[in-house]
Design a protein around this ligand. Structure first.
Ligand code: AMP
Length: 214
């Protein structure tokens, strides 16, 4: 399968993409994860991207393009779930050209849809174990009692002002990508409300099985 999982921050696309790739044997490609890894390793790209990632701004497209294309190429185009790329129309055009040049195309683009108030609730109640990176949610997946309280932190970009800023960037820069795919008949909107399993079931049902094997 060659799929893009699309949606605003906090919609749950990262967890769904990871689960989907484990179950279906496709490679999960998250440009956010790749960028954070490059920053931790101190590569030239990581140094250039750091201030953007930490302030919740979009990293200049040329930096992300190479990262995404290398990761896709490394799958031999057998199967991938893209998470966080493309995020602008320019990136969608690059991805389209890149796949065409390689003689392949996306099966589908799945857009997870959740009302803004639910997103704000999810992000503001997200907590992270700073040692393992594991995500928790104060209501649905509370941090286990045996983890010391000072290890459980709230990400700076999950504070109320930062959440609003990220959602604004999403509306302005990333939301138009939906229309770009819709006009090309590639977009499917998926209801992102409900339990993880319910949403996962909708995602799997929306992936064209006849093409998912190629
Ligand atoms: P994410 O983990 O997907 O929320 O991404 C974290 C951060 O990485 C974003 O806030 C951006 O700063 C950067 N980033 C990830 N993917 C992209 C992309 N496709 N284009 C530009 N910046 C990106």
């Amino acid at each position: 399968m060659k799929v893009v999982l699309f949606g605003p921050p906090g919609v749950g696309k990262g967890s769904q993409a990871r689960f989907l790739s484990d179950r279906e044997g496709a490679v999960h490609i998250s440009t956010g994860v790749l960028l954070r890894r490059a920053i931790r390793s101190g590569t030239e790209l990581g140094q250039k991207a750091q201030s953007y990632v930490e302030s919740g701004k979009l990293v200049p497209g040329v930096l992300v393009r190479a990262l995404a294309e290398d990761a896709i190429r490394a799958t031999n185009f057998k199967g991938f779930v893209l998470d966080g790329y493309p995020r602008t129309i320019e990136q969608a055009e690059w991805l389209d050209e890149f796949l065409q040049e390689e003689g392949t195309q996306l099966d589908t683009v799945l857009s997870l849809e959740v009302p803004a108030d639910v997103i704000i609730d999810r992000l503001s109640k997200r907590r992270v174990d700073k040692e393992t990176g594991e995500n928790y949610h104060l209501d649905f997946k509370p941090p286990p009692a045996d983890i010391p309280a000072d290890r459980i932190i709230q990400r700076k970009d999950d504070m109320p002002d930062a959440i609003l800023h990220r959602l604004e960037i999403y509306d302005k820069e990333t939301h138009p990508v939906q229309d770009w795919y819709r006009q090309r008949g590639m977009l499917q909107e998926i209801d992102g409300r409900g339990s993880f399993e319910e949403v996962y079931g909708r995602i799997v049902n929306a992936i064209p099985t006849s093409r998912s094997a190629s």
